[in-house]
Ligand binder design. Structure first.
Ligand SMILES: *[C@@H]1O[C@H](CO)[C@@H](O)[C@H](O)[C@H]1NC(C)=O
Length: 381
């Protein structure tokens, strides 16, 4: 347990260093989704093969009769995210299959089990992506194509920890999509989106077991918003590698809010404490009036946790290096039982009636915080 925690801590520290450090001399590794099965434009026969691997087919229900523009934006984000997930699981399956150092499993049985499950997940993510792309095509809306990707994980443990983290964020983001569809009167896609939320939740429980965490994270999973997911995904996309402009999806991209404490947010202790954050606010118009001011006035960290309304706390101990700000903020664990995922944003307001209201007051986001609630490991890697 201690060893796993140490490995994770080191990895997380490295990952946070990499994201903060300027690009180093060696060419960054980039990953393309293999196209041997025709994805993302499979023939009918290739689609059938993917469905066999996925243990099920795409829906054969007609596409929704109407979708509001912002509902189409939600599908564009879903497609953009699913394409990333396809790349991620494809790379992970490849690494385990080819025994890449760091991706060897303790036994052949464990390796077979993991490959069997992850190959199924990979095919399922392909169908999730195709479902979203098909909806967009039906409405002649812009449909994202694969970009080149990069992953901070270099061991199977780190990869599963990353899958657990981004799946938790996706589970929050799909709540936002459902809410939006309801608001727009777009009932058409609700059944299928609800179906995929459960599906991602099943995956999440499995990853958590592998990490020796309880499979069911909270009574009500932490919510998030579309703009935060789109921003977080940029960390996995090689800059400039998409065949389209990022503004083709009508969502803001915020600078990352890096969590410094608790192994870069991956293993925060379950208690009240001050957490340290940093963000590079270069080019953020709304941040200009704060640059250099150290009293922290007008700045908050706002957390999403479970289905609680946004929780805001003032920032303290503000330091600036140019437009890079570092600060601390309370993590009000006990009062809010903040087990599992919390999503943090640096905001210019400290009171919000709903999660969606936070986006308009955000300078940097998301910061992902996971409380380390380990259980007795019976199937951990
Ligand atoms: C697969 O291995 C490469 C080489 O170590 C690594 O860069 C990449 O992040 C790994 N992929 C995943 C999904 O962890």
């Amino acid at each position: 347990m201690q060893i796993i925690a140490t490995v994770l801590a080191t990895a997380a520290a490295l990952a946070s260093l990499t994201s903060a450090a300027p690009v180093v001399a060696s060419a960054p590794r980039s990953y393309n989704i293999p196209t041997d099965d025709g994805f993302p434009s499979p023939s009918a026969q290739q689609l059938r093969t993917i469905a066999d691997l996925a243990d099920g087919t795409l829906s054969n229900a007609p596409a929704p009769a109407k979708l509001a523009p912002s509902s189409l934006t939600a599908f564009q984000l879903i497609a953009f995210n699913e394409l990333f997930e396809v790349a991620f699981f494809s790379s992970l399956v490849h690494n385990i299959t080819t025994n890449v150092p760091g991706f060897q499993l303790p036994s052949d049985a464990k390796r077979d089990e993991l490959l069997d499950i992850l190959e199924t997940v990979l095919a399922q993510e392909k169908l999730h992506a195709l479902n979203a792309i098909n909806v967009l095509k039906k409405f002649n809306a812009f449909a994202p194509t694969p970009c080149q990707y990069r992953f901070p994980s270099s061991t199977v443990y780190e990869a599963i920890a990353l899958a657990e983290k981004f799946t938790a964020l996706v589970l929050g983001t799909l709540q936002d999509a459902s809410q939006l569809f309801a608001k727009n009167g777009d009932f058409g896609p609700v059944r299928s989106v609800a179906s995929s939320i459960g599906q991602e939740g099943e995956q999440e429980g499995f990853y958590r077991i592998l990490l020796a965490k309880k499979p069911s994270e909270k009574p009500f999973l932490t919510t998030s918003v579309a703009a935060f997911a789109y921003s977080a995904l940029q960390g996995f996309v090689v800059p400039g590698s998409c065949a389209f402009s990022l503004s083709s999806i009508d969502l803001p991209v915020f600078p990352a809010l890096s969590v410094v404490s608790g192994s870069a947010g991956a293993a925060v202790e379950p208690r009240d404490q001050l957490l340290s954050f940093t963000a590079d606010l270069t080019g953020v118009e709304a941040a200009k009036k704060f640059v250099g001011l150290t009293n922290g006035q007008g700045l908050w960290v706002t957390y999403f946790s479970g289905q609680l309304l946004p929780i805001s706390v003032p920032v303290v101990n503000v330091r600036w290096a140019g437009a890079v700000v570092s600060f601390d903020a309370a993590f009000p664990f006990a009062a809010n039982v903040m087990q599992g995922l919390s999503v943090a944003a640096l905001t210019t307001a400290g009171s919000f009636a709903a999660p969606g209201d936070v986006v308009g007051a955000t300078l940097a986001a998301p910061g992902l915080i996971q409380v380390d609630d380990r259980t007795k490991a019976w199937d951990a890697i």
